[in-house]
Design a protein around this ligand. Sequence first.
Ligand code: 6PG
Length: 242
Amino acid sequence: MTAQLHIYDTPEATAHAVAELMLTKANEKEKLSLPYNIALSGGSTPKLLFQLLAKDYIDSMPWNIIRLFWVDERCVPPTHAESNFGMTYENLLKQVPIPVANIFRMIGDADPQKEAVRYSTLLEVQLAMVNGLPKFDLVLLGMGDDGHTASIFPDNLSLLQAETTVAVAVHPSSGQKRITLSGNIINAAVQVVFLITGSSKSSVLRQIIQHESGFEQYPASYIQSSKVAFYLDKAAASQLPL
Ligand code: 6PG
């Protein structure tokens, strides 16, 4: 993987760089009177980005053309502390003028299998189909300490090539069910951005970027959209060659 690496001093600077990327792309889309279809990840890392977007981009971002989808969701209600939607709502959605009709929540509190089917169908309706797959303009990914991304964990690499675009996954240690995009639809995106910060990710990141022996065990290593870019802080990039 000839990865594009963008490395910044702090998590805040890294989040700012991703926000600027999103603003540039969104403005390009607005000029073409096109939507900007984004799939968001959850977890803790994107919180800073969402807070920044809500604080500093409320007037500049063309929110009316932004359409938000999710990469994955925990099978909990949106009010649950672990809900990705809930985190996004609190840190971004309730603070910016994005039309409610542009928000496509994965329903974590629905039956998982039924929701996977529903969301897969929704993506086919809401996104352009290219080579048989719904095409996102941007997929924003994080990476776990174990090299997972989305809710594709090392013990279930088959989700990377799953037939369906949305699947049910299970967290290997907590047993928590998840709804997740599968690998093929992520790789079909126009652009994939990994937002990764913190030293706890640095070892796995080095193994993936350097293609060290055994790197294939990590789901994040399979994300090879022709336009994948890593946005890293110095801590996450600390084991990469200068
Ligand atoms: C989730 C995310 C997941 C996340 C990684 C990193 O639902 O947890 O979508 O893929 O990006 O687990 O999480 P942190 O940002 O909390 O390290």
